[in-house]
Design a protein around this ligand. Structure first.
Ligand code: SAM
Length: 439
């Protein structure tokens, strides 16, 4: 008699589609997720469940794979089967899904997607996983904490070891390392920015958001949907991490002597900081050039400016290493450099597994060139803010030191490094440099 099949649970099916797109097509989870939710017509709680399943399973797959492998006699698995197991392990060890529901829905899923063959294996592995807690599994599969702290935390907090080593170096000690790695594994709060002159923080508060501590333009929307806030829909406000707001403000608010009318955002796409800078420039009678190398991202910058008055922002699609403007003509420049993004791991669940140490080496060369161009673009006495959403020293203070080391016309005014586990922001770095007036 043919076996009766239960219908596959839609949020779990959607989560598997996201894992497949990320693994097989190199997709970005945060970009593919909305498309998959639409395709499966998921909203509200179901959409939330699919999002948590996909993001958690992708983010934590380093740990979950170690647990899965410990339950296998032969470590080779079809990639689709491993994806189903990762989703099952996430439900068993990190969510409050009852064991029987996590196991039976995973078996249904593998039957529907791969066939009957691996269903017994999925059932057996997940039953084995369900017999122990997350803590017990970590104790079993991770290196000993006392003997090898970084190795232990790499497995327990599911980060590649080389990333753990670089983050520890950036922190300067191991004291806060576990707190940082754990913060990378938590979903970030949704922070809004009220673009000055276009919206007030009070308007965002009236929509249920709570004003941020550090940025005077920020408000955190706990659990709400930003697309339901009219100011966001109208482009008078936007979604922007508080750390990014503070970087834009470091550029706009640093004291300057003399003219203060011509601002440049050298790497502007997709335009979050440029929109805040454009709003401030409009209030202060300044103009902003927002430059971005990739034309499709330059188009995003232009649309981020929709609510600003005409004539304040010029968007350019150009390679910042070959500037299209006359040197020494800007008063303030922001170089928000392309970087490894290792300070924004909360937002991009797959990125920690895609990056390699070689990526950092390549980026450092480009970062130094872009900072040099920024300093050439600013007038004597003008300011440059160099920023990254990475705390890795090779991309932050060492870039600044290398560029300062070969110039005799520039001083470091100050710098800051933000952290998810301390300030609740992305790990943004910013250094303010001044080109000497007498050079
Ligand atoms: C960290 S992102 C900038 C984020 C942006 N400032 C914001 O707040 O929305 C870095 C940007 O630099 C761009 N980029 C990379 N190489 C560039 C170059 N040579 N010249 C100009 N932009 C470049 C990337 O395409 C990317 O959009």
């Amino acid at each position: 008699m043919a076996e009766r099949r239960r219908p596959v649970d839609r949020p779990r099916r959607a989560a598997l589609d996201v894992l497949t797109a990320v693994r097989a097509d190199g997709a970005y989870a945060n970009l593919v997720l909305p498309q998959v939710l639409r395709k499966h017509r998921l909203e509200g709680r179901d959409a939330g469940l699919a999002t948590e399943l996909a993001s958690g399973a992708i983010r934590m797959h380093g740990l979950y794979d170690a647990v899965i492998d410990a339950c296998l006699t032969k470590p080779r698995l079809q990639p689709e089967v491993r994806d189903v197991l990762r989703l099952g392990v996430h439900q068993l060890l990190s969510m409050r899904v009852p064991d029987h529901a996590a196991i039976s829905t995973s078996v249904d899923l593998v039957r529907a997607v791969v066939g009957q063959g691996p269903s017994g294996l999925v059932n057996a592995v997940l039953r084995k996983v369900s017999r122990r807690s997350l803590e017990d599994w970590v104790a079993d599969v991770a290196p000993d904490r006392a003997a090898d702290l970084h190795g232990h935390l790499a497995v327990a907090q599911s980060h590649p070891l080389w990333v753990v080593d670089l983050l520890a170096e950036a922190l300067g000690s191991d004291d806060e390392l576990e707190a940082l790695l754990a913060a990378d594994n938590a979903a970030p709060r949704v922070t809004l920015v009220a673009r000055p002159g276009l919206a007030e923080v009070a308007e965002l508060e009236a929509a249920g958001a709570v004003a941020t501590e550090r940025s005077p333009y920020g408000a955190v929307l706990a659990g709400g949907d930003p697309s339901a806030v009219p100011a966001v829909v109208e482009g008078r406000a936007g979604v922007q991490d508080e750390g990014s707001q503070l970087v834009a403000l470091a550029m706009a608010d640093a004291p300057i002597e003399g003219r203060d009318e011509r601002w440049l955002d050298l790497c502007a796409g997709p335009g979050g900081k440029a929109a805040l800078l454009g709003a401030l420039a409009a209030q202060r009678g300044a103009r902003l050039v927002a430059n971005e190398r990739q034309p499709h991202r330059a188009a995003l910058v232009a649309s981020a400016m929709a609510a600003l008055p005409d004539g304040v922002v010029d968007v350019l699609a150009g390679d910042g290493t070959r500037p299209a403007w006359v040197p020494g003509t800007f008063d303030r420049v922001l170089v928000d450099a392309p970087c490894s993004g290792l300070g924004a791991l909360r937002r991009r669940p797959e990125s920690r597994w895609r990056r390699t140490p070689a990526d950092v080496d390549v980026l450092v060369g480009l970062q130094q060139v872009l900072l040099d161009v920024a300093l050439e673009s600013v007038r004597p006495g003008g300011l440059v803010v160099y920023a990254t959403c990475s705390p890795v020293l090779a991309e932050t203070s060492r870039v600044v030191e290398a560029v300062l080391g070969r110039r005799d016309d520039t001083d470091l005014v100050g710098s800051f490094q933000l952290w998810p586990h301390r300030e609740g922001t992305d790990a943004m770095y910013a250094a303010t440099l001044r080109r000497r007036a007498t050079a």
